[in-house]
Design a protein around this ligand. Sequence first.
Ligand code: ATP
Ligand code: MG
Length: 139
Amino acid sequence: MQTTFSIIKPDAVANGHAGKILSLLEANGFRIVALRMTRLSQSQAEGFYAVHAARPFFASLVKFMTESSVILMALEREDAVLKLREVMGATNPANAADGTIRKLFAESIERNSIHGSDAPETAAEELKYFFTGIELSQR
Ligand code: ATP
Ligand code: MG
């Protein structure tokens, strides 16, 4: 079993797709370990996407991620990191496979509905960034 970190992004929450996305994740074998709805502060969003700080889209990405509420999740299943990336689909919804969350719900390459950690090491860091050890150990 592996745990990964995911965010239902502001576009999907605002457009009323959160329930459908949670349903799709559960249908794909993910167990919700921890979940919290919140609105990210600028510093939380900047810290979370720090790896992209030098990219031209960084300021716009931070503005988007802080515009309204998000849903933070810890998700468990076998091969969770890789499987979540599959269920999410490509970053640009124009390239996302049929049936993926981004194909179904994303508005653009930026407003793409869901985040998923890209490796086990980043999953561990991102889970720790947003959740306490107690939250992550509930079963
Ligand atoms: P995430 O990290 O959110 O799961 P990802 O791993 O598929 O997405 P990254 O390359 O890590 O993609 O980019 C992080 C986020 O930055 C994207 O999900 C998207 O919201 C935004 N983004 C990426 N590329 C662009 C771009 N060219 N223009 C605008 N926004 C972008
Ligand atoms: Mg990424």
